[in-house]
Design a protein around this ligand. Structure first.
Ligand SMILES: Cc1ncc(COP(=O)(O)O)c(C=O)c1O
Length: 450
């Protein structure tokens, strides 16, 4: 596509001339040259219900024609009220009230402010400290980035960060490894949180934030058994709000409606986005428990908001996505297809010398590459293995998500998979062929010296 003349896109793509996407359907994206890509990452693990859903486009057009915008400070709207009633029973939050925004980072910022507003409303102004974990991602706005424990993203902006504090990642595969900042058992992790709360000034901790299953940063890492119950108990004991970041894991991605459902733990605040509208509309929300909502509202208005929060079109699209997930049984399908994909990946890659771990839950899966399987030593970052693998898979017509730095903040190579839930069996085979083929050609033992 031409780049000459004034006025151009500040592109996100690292390559100078990315292909021009023109249409998409199911799990396939087509570019302007007619080339097809199997979207094994659902974009950024977003497109849960699949591409090209005309019914969503129709709902969107209909709502935009009738009412595209009414400011949330003056009005509520039918789609918003209906969505809150419909999503409420699905959320692992007691008596939830949703605050809709435009995406995950905004939702995370909103959750932080709500936690602070809650403690202020209760007459505890000293509670301001927030703990998050290393090896996490909570967004790219400065507050959400500061929560995130992902070194390559933090490093350029480190001078602006530092308000929030970080504890060990719940990352059994790398527990105890030098530089990994990870622990592997529920007892150790809960004890570390308790110790951190007790060592902070008395009654000064506002919240603990974590992804129930870590998405992009560590690659589909579930915590050890007993972790969530133990951590929730510590939070409750010390009056610390538990914030679950389900931006990537929500809406069936891990095979349950929400990842917290795997453990039956109910956070005080739950942050959602991505799969809520499956990429059809920029949308996310915070679900506050009834106790948090009522306490904050009783003290007065919650001073917050964005121009595009409480969007009626966003709510209409989210309702339609919810209807599709429900009527087509797509959450169950995510669990079933995820199991198949995991089995096939393990079958094909189990003996490859550069494959350290193949893991995941539902259709959120990851492959962690290592230079040495016995020591889990990562490839040096200079080898740029992840970048090679992403390109090699794309050359085979398969799009994957990826991450670097999981081993020690710099090194570490991850391929993350998250196809739409409508992915077919034949497409699962093509994903396995594309990814395994890329690993087989790019991650030979000589990679570090190439
Ligand atoms: C767990 C998690 N939290 C927050 C975010 C930020 O969401 P957004 O990119 O919509 O701002 C992401 C995005 O990848 C995420 O995976």
């Amino acid at each position: 596509m031409t780049t000459s003349g004034p006025g151009r896109v500040f592109r996100r793509s690292a390559v100078a001339d990315p292909p021009v996407a023109v249409e998409a359907n199911g799990s396939t994206i087509v570019d302007a040259e007619g080339r097809e890509y199997l979207d094994a990452a659902g974009g950024a693990i977003v497109v849960n219900v699949g591409h090209g859903r005309r019914e969503i486009a129709e709902v969107m057009a209909d709502q935009a024609t009738r009412l595209a915008y009414a400011h949330g400070s003056a009005f509520t709207t039918e789609p918003l009220e209906a969505y809150a009633r419909e999503i409420g029973p699905r959320l692992p939050v007691d008596d939830p009230a949703i605050y809709p925004v435009s995406g995950g980072s905004e939702a995370m910022e909103t959750a932080l402010k709500l936690a602070r507003a809650y403690h202020l409303a209760r007459g505890e102004p000293n509670r301001w400290i927030v703990f998050a974990r290393w090896g996490s991602y909570h967004g790219n706005t400065l507050g959400a980035l500061d929560l995130s424990g992902r070194q390559p993203l933090r490093q350029p902006y480190a001078a602006w960060l530092g308000r929030f504090r970080h504890l060990s990642a719940a990352y059994p595969y790398r527990a105890g490894d030098a530089g990994a900042q990870a622990l592997g058992t529920a007892d150790e992790l809960a004890a570390e949180l308790e110790q951190a709360i007790r060592t902070a000034e008395p009654d000064s901790v506002a919240a603990f934030v974590a992804e129930p299953i870590v998405g992009a940063t560590l690659g589909a890492v579930a915590p050890p058994d007993g972790y969530w119950a133990a951590v929730a108990a510590v939070c409750r004991q010390y009056g610390v709000l538990l914030i679950a970041d389900e931006v990537m894991t929500g809406f069936g991605r891990t095979g349950r409606w929400f990842a917290m459902d795997h453990w039956g733990v109910r956070p005080d605040l739950l942050v959602a986005a991505k799969g809520a509208t499956s990429g059809y509309w920029p949308f996310g929300f915070v679900a506050a428990s009834g106790a948090v909502h009522d306490t904050v509202r009783a003290a007065g208005p919650f001073v917050h908001g964005f121009t595009y929060s409480h969007s009626p079109v966003g709510a209409a699209v989210a309702r339609e996505v919810l209807r599709i997930l429900d009527t087509e049984g797509l959450v169950e399908r995510s669990a079933a297809q995820g199991e198949r994909l995991l089995r096939r990946l393990r079958g094909r890659l189990a003996d490859h010398p550069a494959v350290g771990d193949v893991r995941g839950s539902g259709l959120l899966l990851a492959i962690e590459l290592v230079e040495d399987r016995s020591t889990r030593a990562p490839f040096p970052r200079a080898a740029r293995l992840t970048e090679r693998l992403v390109a090699a898979a794309r050359d085979r017509g398969v799009l994957v998500y990826s991450s670097t730095g999981s081993a020690n903040g710099v090194d570490g190579d991850l391929i993350v998979l998250g196809p739409p839930f409508v992915v077919t069996d034949a497409e699962l085979d093509r994903i396995v062929d594309g990814v395994a083929g890329a690993i087989e050609t790019e991650a030979g033992v000589d990679i570090a010296t190439r």
